[in-house]
Ligand binder design. Sequence first.
Ligand code: SAM
Length: 308
Amino acid sequence: MTGKGTVYNNYRWVVEWHTPNSALISTVTNVLYTGRTKYQDVEIAINEDMGKMLILDGKLQSAERDEFIYHEMLVHPALITHGNPESVLVIGGGEGGTLREILRYGSVKEVVMVDIDGEVVEACKRYLPEVHRGSFDDPRARMVIADGRKFVEEAGKKFDAIVVDVTDPTEDGPSRFLYTIEFYRAAASKLTEGGVLVTQATSTFYNLDAFSLIVNTMDKVFPHVRGYQASIPSFISDWGFSLGSMAMDPAGISGDEASTRARRLGIGGLRYYEARRHPHYFWLPPYVREALDDETGISMDESPAAIF
Ligand code: SAM
């Protein structure tokens, strides 16, 4: 088996390389979609344990069984920190799971979702209804097919929250300029007062260097930045997120306050994020904290954060 990961043996296996030395092998009972778009290889396949899986360029993006952990933890710490989000920009987010979580907020009037790859979005609309649950049809949602970096730089309006749900920063992938200081500066200038930006920030185990680089880079732009993580079984790892805020320190919001906000905003029935635990999510284990404390690097367009 060679390459970063693809479907082998008449679609009986999916091999996902985490590093050049470790890979996860999953059996596949059914391949729903396979193709090559202008930007990436796309597979949607079923594994008996994890359900439907979206795989881009050999990397698992989400699995039906535990996507709620990823999508809830990407969206809710940020929107609860904001407290009253009305306009939200999603960059990436092809499956529609991020859109679904944002649309739970009664306060939200408009979500613009900008994904570079219309073919991925169409495949997800068709084959992953369990994930998007009709979110693309919500009248508050507007889909734009474009590069997220360009969209942000040219945006004529500001947003209360920007949620960056793009593929990992790989050397030749389409998302690498969405993890740089130039991008964060452009995005911060498109946030309203009290605005927040959250991004997925790779594995805090396999890619701790990239995680700390992303958090440190955001720290140079936003008044408050907190890294946090959640364990995601299908990623075989704790997964990192980085949250930048123009006004409130995300960790300064008590569990009681977060619960009050969640009730007011109509957020209930979640399966992973608990408002009463809100500040505790930012309490990282010592080895991750140390990596953040020691980090001095900045991800820049000329040398962006990159993982295998
Ligand atoms: N959960 C994921 C993960 O852990 O990597 C991210 C999921 S989401 C499917 C990733 C999306 O980012 C894809 O639909 C892809 O097309 C989109 N994307 C990649 N580069 C982008 C860019 N430059 N602008 C907008 N969307 C982009």
